[in-house]
Write a protein that binds this ligand. Structure first.
Ligand code: ATR
Length: 297
């Protein structure tokens, strides 16, 4: 006689079923993303039957991919390199944050409409405060990189009333363009293109140099010495310690990687989609496990 299985089924939140709501991150490449670990931990914490997946989306297919998940009633998506600027023209509406920073890293789908948000800019400043205890008002900052992330960081630092901002980028014209924008919008911030001759409170790496083991340093040591910086923040979080951060530590600088920025942009996105408070410590632990293989000591 067949045995009847009387085991109580696991709670619905452990199952992927017809009621499961979906979120995703689109990037190119995407394999290294720690966002699924962070968001799935947060959904589980709240007992939500939601799941978050990572999708490799070629930029030429971005519009089709956004339309696809909207049609499939996804709750929302995140966008990472190189989609944040492209997505600005692919939503029905931009909230104030996306308008202000000219980039979209979060989309919420509701009643068939797509609204774009930017949760990156706030996250940079929150992480700098938490992880490096850097007071930005009146600070001197050397910012490396003038791509999407560099541009958002530069403008956000200007709104935080840094005193002097030095912009360095391989393609100098992009740094010039950002400097021009800051001069117009924030006349009290002294902005320069090129390396400083004085000490700085902070070096912020917003280039992608350091992601690959054989990358050159984003900082030209002939032009500026790490001994002239009090703190160094690298937006890269994988590897957890880039050669820049290792050298900065050896030079006696305070250091932090981009985990805090990833955490805070994700926390805000979680709140936008679910309307629930982000469980920050749960999300941080999930990230640390994913990136360090355990909690950072
Ligand atoms: P993100 O959205 O992460 O900022 P991005 O817009 O592609 O991505 O910007 C990448 C940044 O890393 C840019 O500052 C880029 O310099 P360019 O503006 O000159 O392209 C910088 N970067 C990438 N590869 C580089 C390399 N091999 N040498 C120097 N800088 C590099």
């Amino acid at each position: 006689m067949p045995r009847i299985n009387l085991r109580v089924p696991p709670p619905a939140t452990n199952l992927i079923n017809a009621a499961t709501r979906l979120c995703a991150v689109f990037g190119w490449p995407i394999k290294q993303s720690a966002s699924p670990a962070m968001h799935n931990a947060a959904f589980a914490h709240h007992g939500l039957n939601w799941r978050y997946v990572a999708c490799e989306v070629d930029p030429k297919n971005l519009r089709a991919a956004i339309e696809g998940v909207r049609a499939m009633n996804f709750a929302g998506i995140n966008l990472t390199v190189p989609h944040k600027l492209l997505a600005v023209d692919m939503v029905d509406e931009l909230d104030a944050s996306a308008k202000k920073w000219g980039a979209v890293n979060t989309i919420k789908f509701e009643n068939g409409r797509a609204t774009g948000f930017n949760t990156d800019a706030e996250a940079i400043v929150t992480s700098l405060r938490e992880d490096l205890k850097v007071g930005l008002r009146g600070a001197k900052v050397l910012l490396l990189g003038a791509g999407g992330a560099g541009r958002t960081a530069a403008l956000k630092l200007a709104t935080e009333n840094v005193a002097e901002l030095f912009l360095v980028n391989r393609t100098a014209s992009k740094a010039e363009e950002i400097a021009g924008e800051i001069k117009k919008q924030f006349p009290l911030v002294k902005v320069f293109v090129g390396y400083p001759e004085t000490n700085v409170d902070l070096i912020l790496n917003a280039t992608s140099l350091g992601l690959k083991a054989d990358d050159a340093s984003p900082l030209d040591k002939q032009q500026f010495s790490l001994a002239q910086a009090a703190a160094v923040y690298d937006m890269i979080y994988r590897p957890a310690e880039t050669p820049l951060l290792a050298a900065a530590k050896a030079a006696g600088c305070q250091t932090a990687n981009g985990i805090g920025m990833l955490l805070h942009q994700g926390a805000k996105a979680f709140e936008i989609w679910t309307g629930k408070p982000a469980p920050l410590e749960v999300m941080r632990r999930a990230l640390e496990e994913n990136i360090y293989g355990g909690t950072k000591s």
